[in-house]
Design a binder for this molecule. Sequence first.
Ligand code: S3P
Length: 174
Amino acid sequence: MIKKNIILIGFMGCGKSTIGKKVSVNIGCKFLDTDLKIQNDMNMTINEIFEKYGEPYFRKLEKDLCKKASLNAPMVIATGGGIIKDPENIDFLKTNGIFIYLKSSSEKIYKNIKNDNSRPLLNVKNKKEKINELLEQRIPLYEKSADITVDISNIEIPEITSCITDIINNMEKI
Ligand code: S3P
């Protein structure tokens, strides 16, 4: 069994939650979805939290979770796409975690989320343009934080899941 957290990072809609859950089952450890935990704790959707309290409040809840998560290893953690914006989040999570970056093309991201309005930052007229704008700002941050990068642009969930499971299983040996 691994001792550290496995932290999945990557842009909105790349599949962190779905993949993280499956990987956690494969390797037999706990799973934490930061967005889901925040929504359950608040009994509100992310859209409602942004609307009622604003983005900074959501970011504070996210940061509190990052702090706590590093004390509760081992878990597979699916993070929100904006987690890498705050260097303190990275510091907390790196104390006891390995970052796996799910790198996805903007075309695939758009395809995954074009009909989904659950993300306040993408509730705009031109989703494609917004995705590209945010990707431009964030790609350097994902790359800087990543210990391991998996390009998922041309592979589907089952293959991504087994690829990440293999990576973790091989990690256990070293
Ligand atoms: C956000 C990503 C979302 C969620 C919130 C903000 C972001 O999570 O945390 O809407 O800033 O990229 P997902 O990456 O799971 O969509």
